[in-house]
Design a protein around this ligand. Structure first.
Ligand code: ASP
Length: 318
């Protein structure tokens, strides 16, 4: 086992969310990701750390980057990776989530990576299996590996997280990315702001330890990091914004709105991105200001670290 993974302080069987993790545990996962950033840039990228281990990707919602990222992460560590296409699986034939979990568990996977449209579904599933479970996004609840890869990106580009001002902008109401990031950034000592129209903010969001803004000019003022979020139309029942055109005018990130932030402010976006809706296309492609490609790149390293750490913990408890 890779020493960086086996020595790290993450005393949990699963990774279901960031809420409740300590700054030390978060830092430990970020530190364990570092060697993989270099490894992923080499011609020969594959290790044997997880040789003989089985990873099942079980996605009940569409995904391109997260599923591919976990698949690559598993393969680069030498694991056997299976992708379950839910559209062709027994779930379509009426099997319940729990029956699916129990069936897969009987095949002795080591890690199940699960995405589900319902908040809490991944935790429920984790209670029925013997393997480690990673939440790859449950409803509007949490998406812990996204927050970890965002944190690793901030560390890479800014050298630290503590003391930075981070503005999370857009559809906070439906965003699991926002929730996981709020927990992580607060734990790591950043100042967290949310910027959104009142219709796209959950009630009492300030109880999570964030400052609330309804205007981009004040919300972005002097901030170091701008995290843009997609309008999650697939989770909306009814209309939350008058039109995407008007939304872009008031809440879309463009060069003019950026002037409120620090001159070296970094733009982030978890993807998929809607150009011209929440972000101006040119700004998204400006690699001096945008860290969007770094996020995707570092995501594989973060997921490799999570897989190593959880399988190592599993081995210790067997
Ligand atoms: N990919 C992220 C998620 O699964 C963000 C998004 O879909 O907008 O939550």
């Amino acid at each position: 086992m890779n020493t960086s993974a086996s020595n790290i302080n993450y005393p949990h069987r699963h990774l279901l969310g960031i809420e409740g993790l300590t700054a030390q545990e978060i830092s430990a996962l970020l530190d364990a990701s570092k060697p993989h950033v270099e490894q992923n840039r080499r011609a020969d990228k594959t290790l044997t750390t997880l040789h003989g281990r089985t990873l099942i990707n079980l996605f009940f919602e569409n995904s391109t980057r997260t599923r591919t990222s976990f698949e690559l992460a598993g393969k680069r560590l030498g694991a056997d990776v299976i992708n379950m296409a839910v559209s062709t699986s027994s779930i379509k034939k009426g099997e319940t989530l729990i029956d699916t979990a129990v069936t897969l568990n009987a095949m002795h996977p080591d890690v199940l990576v699960v995405r589900h449209p319902d908040s809490g579904a991944v935790k429920l599933l984790s209670e029925k299996v013997n393997c480690a479970v990673i939440n790859a996004g449950d409803g509007r609840h949490e998406h812990p590996t996204q927050a970890l890869l965002d944190a690793l990106t901030i560390r890479h580009r800014k050298g630290r997280i503590e003391g930075l001002t981070v503005a999370i902008c857009g559809d906070i109401l439906h965003s699991r990315v926002a929730r996981s990031n709020i927990h992580l950034l607060n734990a790591m000592g950043a100042h967290v702001r949310v910027v959104a129209p009142p219709t796209l903010l959950p009630a009492k969001i300030e109880n999570l330890g964030v400052e609330v803004f309804h205007h981009m000019a004040s919300g972005l003022h002097d901030c170091d990091i701008i995290m843009m979020l997609r309008l999650q139309v697939e989770r909306m029942q009814g209309s939350f914004v008058p039109s995407t055109r008007e939304y872009f005018r008031f809440y879309g990130l463009d060069a003019k709105k950026m002037t409120a932030a620090k001159p070296d402010a970094l733009i982030m976006h978890p993807g998929p991105m809607n150009r011209g809706v929440e972000i101006d296309s040119e700004l998204a492609d400006d690699i001096t200001r945008s860290a969007i490609c770094d996020q995707v790149e570092l995501g594989v390293a973060v997921r490799m670290a999570c897989l190593e750490v959880l399988t190592d913990n599993l081995a210790k408890t067997l």
